[in-house]
Ligand binder design. Structure first.
Ligand code: ADP
Length: 483
């Protein structure tokens, strides 16, 4: 999948955080907005309803004062009572005017208009009838009706407040529900975004670490490419440059080894032939000391030849490292042949061989597997005590063929178990270090086993215990070898 990355790792992180935080910030913001609206609405509604109710109650009080002064005027006919009546009426009218100016609910306005009309008719009565029993007789009934109308207005105000509160409660429930559903939708979205950005961030880092591990394990064949932000892509380019440098160095090293071994071979052959001639006495008889020296020369030139052959085969391994001449092979036969080829040193050291081999076939390069086993066997013989026991096991496990080689030598100390597979590494512990060797055998073994997509490991044991496993099938889409 082709993904477009930003130019730097930092901007990828920043974009990731912003995108992941966006839905959550949106939820927070819309919640705040909903609650703000709700609070505003409730404040307004309750405030105006309470003001209407307060004015209605004041109107009731003003009605009582108005009635008192009107009835006193009707009874006594005194001008001071008429004055008091007029003052109380001004207060009454001021309250009704303020009620007119307020936000009233349906029904409230009609009631206020009716109260105003009733008060105007009472005032008309007072003006036309004047003080006297006629007016005194009419006023109680008129004011009782006016008071009833005022009471009705107060009751309606209380009802409006109750209804407002109920409406607010419903709105609060509605807001809570919408916030809940918003969160239900946004939390998984945020989770998905987090997972996606974790993938985006982790992918190039994994690619870098895998590329470095590949280089460490000597896999120089695969070009390195990092998909990611610009700075990591550049890091990938640098790693690939490093890979190419390593390929060149590896090729130079192999060439150098091949030249060196080749150049060494010619003078060495001359040396060996010279020492052979001296030892055989063809060029004259030697005394005991001279023969001894000729013998040392002969032995060391043989040792030197083996080392040079080791170097040559090591460089050959690298030259052929990617090539497998594979076919279906009977592995038990390969074990038998390997042991047979080493009969001389086995007999010379009085070593006993124990073979525990099942009938196993595998799709592999027979010659390379033989070389692997031969290296392990020659090490086992080399490091075994006189008359020691060397065991070979061969069996199937899952889709793998497994070899085990055990000996009764000093074994391999745990700190050296990784290093012994490095080229030219030789054990440092006595008595192993005293035994001659090139330090190349196990590096070739490892290279060949890896070529078969297999692995080699050193197990605990009194002596050395090597285990090799590799798939019995063809690596890609091949058929399993017949058992
Ligand atoms: P060489 O045997 O020529 O030194 P190798 O690559 O075959 O080189 O082995 C590397 C080292 O591993 C040896 O020097 C030795 O320390 C250790 N080693 C290998 N096989 C055995 C064994 N069977 N027993 C003890 N040590 C071993």
């Amino acid at each position: 999948m082709r993904i477009t990355y930003p130019r730097s790792f930092l901007s990828l992180l920043l974009i990731g955080f912003i995108i992941v935080a966006a839905p959550l910030l949106f939820a927070l913001f819309s919640n705040a907005l909903a609650f703000e609206r709700l609070a505003g609405l409730s404040e307004q509604a309750v405030h105006s309803a309470v003001k209407v109710t307060q004015a209605s109650r004041a109107l009731l009080g003003a009605t009582a004062s108005l009635e008192r002064s009107a009835r006193q005027y009707a009874l006594a006919g005194d001008a001071s009572f008429l004055e008091a009546y007029r003052g109380n009426r001004a207060t009454f009218l001021e309250i009704t005017r303020s009620l007119d100016a307020m936000v009233l609910q349906a029904g409230q306005r009609e009631e206020v208009v009716a109260i105003e009309a009733r008060e105007a008719s009472i005032n008309g009565l007072i003006d036309t009838l004047g003080p006297g029993p006629a007016l005194s007789g009419r006023l109680p009934r008129e004011f009782a009706t006016l008071a009833d109308q005022g009471q009705a207005l107060v009751r309606r105000g209380d009802r409006v407040i109750d209804e407002g509160i109920e409406q607010l409660r419903e709105q609060a429930v509605q807001s809570r529900n919408s916030v809940f559903w918003l969160m239900i939708a946004l939390i998984p979205t945020a989770m998905l975004l987090i997972a996606w950005f974790t993938f985006l961030i982790a992918r190039p880092i994994t690619q870098v670490s895998e590329s470095i591990r590949g280089l460490g394990e000597g896999d120089f064949a695969r070009p390195i490419r990092i998909d990611g932000p610009g700075d990591l892509v550049r890091l990938g380019d640098q790693l690939d440059w490093l890979r190419e440098r390593l390929v060149t160095l590896e090729a130079q090293k192999t060439r150098f080894l091949q030249h060196l071994s080749h150049e060494l071979k010619t003078p060495l052959t001359a040396l060996r032939e010279g020492s052979d001639l001296l030892s055989s006495g063809v060029v004259g008889n030697l005394n005991a000391e001279q023969r001894e020296i000729a013998h040392i020369l002969q032995e060391n030139s043989i040792e030197l030849r083996k080392l040079i052959e080791g170097l040559l085969s090591y460089s050959a391994v690298h030259a052929r490292a990617s090539y497998l001449d594979a076919k279906i092979v009977q592995l038990r036969d390969v074990v038998r042949r390997t042991v047979n080829d080493r009969k001389l040193p086995i007999v010379a050291k009085g070593i006993r061989i124990e073979l525990n081999c099942e009938h196993v076939t595998a799709y592999c390069d027979e010659e390379k597997i033989r070389l692997v086993l031969d290296n392990l066997l020659s090490n086992a013989i080399k490091y075994s005590p006189e008359r020691g026991l060397i065991s070979f096991k061969l069996y199937k496990e899952g889709g793998d063929a497994v070899f085990e080689v055990l000996d009764e030598g000093p074994g391999i100390p745990p700190p050296e178990r990784e290093k012994i597979f490095e080229a030219f590494y030789r054990g440092t512990d006595m008595p192993v270090a005293a035994i001659k060797g090139s330090g190349l055998g196990l590096s070739i073994v490892k290279e060949y086993v890896q070529l078969h997509k297999g692995r080699i490991e050193v197990l605990d044991g009194p002596g050395a215990h090597f285990r090799i496993r590799f798939p019995r099938k063809k690596a890609e889409g091949g058929e399993e070898a017949a058992a």
